[in-house]
Design a protein around this ligand. Structure first.
Ligand code: XUL
Ligand code: CO
Length: 435
């Protein structure tokens, strides 16, 4: 028996581009083979419990608009109802994965012992539903930003007791993720940053964060968790400045604390935009370092300046994102999480379904365009041509030489290079042929 929340909505099916059914897939066909692999296995879609089920529709000027049957979220009975309805939605959409924060799935109890007890109870309950429905856990994570205890940070908090509470919380969430066969464990530094440098010892806080992450990695090995540990860059919000600013900053941090072989990145489109980058920039930085883990494919409003977490709807952008994912060899443990929330006026149950359908369709189109570009090979050929001068033995030898010898050769051969076109417009036109 279902809860009736999605009454009248049928299982969403692929009907192709000519369908006018608003609740059908036009592009996402899980079984369609793209570059030798099923689309579902390329994209590895996940629903984010936080934004889809826990967010109530509030903003700084007004409270909840959604008024779901599982609100208010302060009671275990309603936490279970929320799980029931979540799995009804996974089934309707054919979602292969989902993601959670501890605070999304169980009510906050105000103390660690009761948080632990209720987390164990709800994750056992969710584990049974996973058996029935077949939706798997892409990642689990700890919410160390909502409760007031975290207001000055978790592992970076000046109070060692908050560091301790954070360590115990992450251990409990890693245990729960491991129990549910999660494929990754995420740490987004929600309040790991500062509001003002006037009260912040930046070096101490970063050292504590590095030590904390090392403990997380040690614990992963201790319990035999085979998934990937991921950190998620974001430049600001909720803190004025977040330590995990962007992919490059995270990579530098991981190297400094000896974690570069243990931790990868969960990159989010909206966070890239907030950092003043394109999403493909963040993906290219991570893949250049072999550190691409997973993605949160929620888009940011380009005019807002804050994190709007909308479902993706820009195919050309998404195509370039998957181009880098495919070039990196595709996802291993990672996937495409929609860390997206409805707009607060979208209060109907079928808005939830439509949001995910739209996101999945745009990603499917993007993936197909990216695959076509890979198959055509045009961008790769351009790159090879552009850097072909470096293929000569003389050019390679220069990299092993020194400024004196190079200068001598520049003088002897009267080296005087002719500038060459970067061909950007031609390349943009090329990409537009595929999207
Ligand atoms: C916050 C955000 C989080 C992380 C997990 O901006 O994106 O949902 O993905 O904590
Ligand atoms: Co996210």
């Amino acid at each position: 028996m279902t809860s009736g929340f999605f009454e009248g909505i049928e299982k969403v099916r692929f009907e192709g581009v000519d369908s006018d059914n608003p609740l059908a897939f036009r592009h996402y066909n899980p079984d369609e083979v793209v570059l030798g692999k099923r689309m579902e296995d390329h994209l590895r879609f996940a629903v984010a419990w936080w934004h889809t089920f826990a967010w109530e529709g509030g903003d700084p000027f007004g409270g909840a608009t959604f008024e779901r049957p599982w609100h208010p979220q302060d009671d275990m009975g309603r936490a279970k109802l929320k799980a029931d309805i979540a799995f009804e939605m996974f089934e309707l959409l054919g979602q292969p994965f989902f993601c959670w924060h501890d605070a999304d799935i169980r009510p906050e109890q105000g103390n660690f012992a009761d948080n632990l007890r209720t987390l164990e109870e709800i994750t056992d309950y969710i584990g049974e539903k996973m058996q029935d429905v077949g939706t798997k856990l892409l990642w689990g994570t700890a919410n160390m930003f909502s409760h007031r205890r975290w207001m000055a940070g978790a592992s970076t908090n000046p109070d060692p007791d908050v560091f301790a509470f954070a360590a115990a919380t992450v251990k409990s969430c890693m245990d729960a993720t491991h129990k549910l066969n999660g494929e990754n464990y995420v740490l987004w530094g929600g309040r790991e940053g500062y509001e003002t440098l006037l009260n912040t010892d930046l070096k101490t806080e970063l050292d504590h964060m590095g030590r904390f992450l090392n403990m997380v990695v040690d614990y992963k090995h201790k319990i035999g968790f085979k998934g990937t540990i991921l950190v998620e860059p974001k430049p600001q919000e909720p803190s004025k400045h977040q330590y995990d600013y962007d992919a490059a900053t995270c990579i530098g941090f991981l190297r400094k604390y000896g974690l570069e072989d243990e931790v990868k990145l969960n990159l989010e489109q909206g966070h890239a935009i907030l950092a003043g980058h394109s999403f493909e920039h963040e993906l290219a930085v991570a893949t250049a370092e072999g550190m691409l883990g997973s993605i949160d494919m929620n888009r940011n409003d380009y005019q807002s300046g804050w994190d709007t977490d909308q479902f993706p709807n820009n195919t050309p952008e998404v195509a370039l994102a998957y181009y880098y994912v495919l070039k990196a060899g595709g996802f291993t443990t990672g996937g495409t999480n929609f860390d997206s929330k409805l707009r607060r006026q979208s209060i109907d149950p079928d808005d939830l379904i439509a949001g995910h359908i739209g996101g999945m369709d745009v990603c499917a189109r993007g993936l197909k365009a990216a695959a076509a570009m890979i198959e055509d090979g045009g961008l790769e050929t351009e790159l090879t041509n552009r850097y072909s001068g470096w293929e000569t033995p003389a050019a390679q030898a220069m990299l092993e030489s020194n400024l004196d010898d190079i200068t001598a050769r520049v003088l002897a051969d009267a080296v005087n290079p002719d500038p060459r076109s970067g061909r950007q417009e031609k390349l943009e036109n090329y990409v537009n042929r595929f999207v």
